[in-house]
Design a protein around this ligand. Structure first.
Ligand SMILES: [Zn+2]
Length: 95
């Protein structure tokens, strides 16, 4: 690959404040996956230099959701297995 695009600093007008520009930066993404809070360091995001509004990079977000969601592309029948794994031993016995 002779040309690398790392020198191109993309930015675009902020739709939130209309005055600032958004630049691509990397931040730590925090999101809930079911009951688990997961953090993804160095996640690409667009951050406004004026109002600070941030928007996670949609392309990276799409890739992340594919990584995080093993159900993507699999039939719904898969869910039946999850239901069977439901713990039942946590309930105190009725005396
Ligand atoms: Zn802004």
């Amino acid at each position: 690959m002779p040309t690398h695009s790392s020198e191109i600093h993309e930015s675009y007008p902020c739709q939130k404040c209309q005055g600032g520009r958004k630049h691509r930066q990397t931040i730590t993404l925090m999101t809930w996956l079911g009951d688990d809070l997961i953090t993804v360091p160095d996640f690409p995001a667009w951050i406004c230099d004026l109002c600070g509004h941030r928007l996670y990079d949609s392309h990276a977000l799409a890739q992340l959701s594919l990584l995080l969601n093993p159900d993507v592309g699999t039939p719904i029948q898969h869910r039946l297995i999850n239901d069977r794994k439901k713990p039942t031993a946590n309930y105190p016995p009725l005396a």
